[in-house]
Design a protein. Structure first.
Length: 136
């Protein structure tokens, strides 16, 4: 028997379904950073199971970001993002294996900076769309 989804789960599904590609990337960054923070908290509490679970979730999100890169059309931007995502992925693996939070902090900083850039791009894109509608 299927149970109705919670209101929160329905909201999340609706948010993803109505998001633009830029907003989806931002959501992925948010998810990765949330799991990295949870992994770091678990690490500091010596909860190895939760640490591993959380950091692996962050790694899967970063792997998804990597898989979405179009290396042929993306040129230097895609190459640079690949290098940054790979750095973050490797830092998370290293931190998880060595039980050291520094790599998590480094990966979080990179993703936070990238997220800021994507948010600015999203704002600029929305503004352009609004301006086009005002002219029409």
């Amino acid at each position: 028997m299927a149970y109705p989804k919670s209101n929160l789960e329905q909201y999340r599904v609706s948010a993803v379904n109505s998001a633009s590609p830029l907003q989806l990337v931002i959501m992925l960054y948010d998810g990765a950073m949330k799991h990295m923070a949870a992994g770091k908290r678990a690490m500091l509490q010596a909860n190895v199971f939760e640490q591993n679970q959380s950091l692996q979730k962050a790694q899967r999100i970063i792997a998804e970001l990597i898989s979405c890169l179009d290396m042929q059309k993306g040129g230097d931007v895609a190459s640079n993002l690949l290098a940054l995502y790979s750095f973050c992925y490797n830092k998370l693996v290293e931190s998880n294996v060595e039980d050291t939070p520094e790599g998590i902090d480094q990966a979080s900083e990179v993703l936070a900076n990238l997220r800021t850039s994507w948010v600015e791009l999203d704002k600029a894109t929305r503004q352009t769309v609004l301006e086009r509608h005002e002219v029409a």
